[in-house]
Design a binder for this molecule. Structure first.
Ligand SMILES: NC(=O)c1ccc[n+]([C@@H]2O[C@H](COP(=O)([O-])OP(=O)(O)OC[C@H]3O[C@@H](n4cnc5c(N)ncnc54)[C@H](O)[C@@H]3O)[C@@H](O)[C@H]2O)c1
Length: 323
């Protein structure tokens, strides 16, 4: 019988791409989602669908026991930085309480392997390229909640209750190249889908900050295609199986930094649309530059990102055009 994996947040942007890859690789995928930031109907059939909140510890425990779950991939969270600054208690409950419930359910159901979606927002502001050893000093509530969950996971791992891989994503972008699933948050706060929407819906596009200490004054970020990102999770499953460790953390990024203005230029080349944008003040707590040192993930998982920034834009544009 094929191995059974549980994906929290399976109806979301990254969780749906993860479910697709895992089901194509022959795993049985149990998807749990409360639809709080994704559509009320499931957007795919790559997982067995369970619509409830992971803070329901009893239901989660029963599900894990009944289905003989072996590994959990934990994506469910709220992930909008500005919202986290405005409503910190909401974020504590959504991200920390839900992860405590998950860890407890894993304990009760004797599930010992966990892959956790963390973020570069746990690092805060640094001058240099960020490695896994860079100090984690989050500057917003979202980053703080993820850092706290990392600490809880490390505590559980040190007590030998779980073995965990913590994956710290940089900016995830792109969609399924065949257009079956994609990124369509409401509200959308990510650069590439917002650029696409501004053309498709003829809306206004704003660049936040043109006075950073970067090559052209706009903020620099590291973009990784969602297909590459989920492939790393797949490799992490194999790595956990073959190696004996309590927990390990990895940066997932492409290792290349693109400024907002550079992304806009690539976007204009691809779409042939010479649209205009407005410059606004930089958002509070927005670092000038967030670029991953991705040496560890590339060497340990023996995989390097294969999709380019151009692919991320093309796949997103095509997906949004047809949805
Ligand atoms: N998208 C990025 O660029 C990025 C970058 C860094 C980290 N991350 C992390 O990756 C994960 C997935 O991000 P995403 O962009 O796919 O977000 P998303 O909002 O598209 O997906 C999250 C899913 O989790 C579900 N969910 C939320 N709380 C839940 C709960 N308590 N119980 C059950 N389901 C719940 C939502 O309904 C949604 O379907 C998050 O943990 C996020 O912090 C994302």
């Amino acid at each position: 019988m094929s191995k059974c994996l549980l994906v929290t947040g399976a109806n979301g942007y990254i969780g749906s791409h993860m479910s697709k890859l895992l089901s194509f690789k022959g795993y049985r995928v149990i998807g749990v989602d409360n639809h709080s930031t994704s559509p009320a109907n499931w957007v795919h059939s790559y997982a067995e669908k369970h619509s409830f909140d992971i803070r329901d510890t009893d239901r989660l425990t029963d599900l894990m026991k009944k289905e003989n779950v072996e590994v959990v991939l934990h994506f469910a969270a709220k992930a909008i930085v500005s919202e986290s600054q405005q409503t910190p208690f909401y974020y504590y409950r959504e991200n920390i309480d839900s992860s405590i419930s998950l860890l407890e359910a894993m304990n009760l159901a004797n599930v010992s392997k966990l892959v956790f979606s963390s973020t570069c927002a746990t690092y805060g502001i640094h001058e240099e390229v960020i490695s896994e050893e860079t100090e984690q000093k989050p500057v917003n509530t979202y980053g703080l909640t993820k850092k706290i969950v990392e600490d809880l996971i490390k505590d559980q791992a040190s007590k030998k209750h779980i073995q965990a891989v913590i994956l710290r994503y940089f900016n995830v972008a792109g969609c399924d190249p065949h257009g079956a699933i994609g990124e369509n948050h409401e509200p959308e706060t990510h650069l590439i889908p917002n650029l696409c929407q501004s053309i498709l819906n003829k809306g206004k596009f704003c660049v936040y900050g043109d006075n950073f200490k970067t090559k052209d004054g706009s903020a620099v970020r590291d973009y990784i295609h969602v297909e590459d990102l989920v492939y790393y999770h797949y490799m992490a499953l194999d790595y956990m199986q073959k190696n004996n460790f309590e927990w390990e953390a990895f940066n997932l990024g492409s290792g290349a930094g693109y400024s907002v203005l550079e992304v806009i230029n690539v976007f204009k080349e691809i779409t042939g649309n010479n649209f205009s944008y407005e410059i606004q003040l930089a958002r509070v707590g927005d670092p000038a530059c967030l670029v991953a040192n991705n040496t560890k993930s590339k060497s340990v998982f023996e995989y390097q990102p294969k999709y380019s920034l151009k692919d991320m834009i093309e796949h997103t544009f095509n997906y949004l055009k047809s949805h």
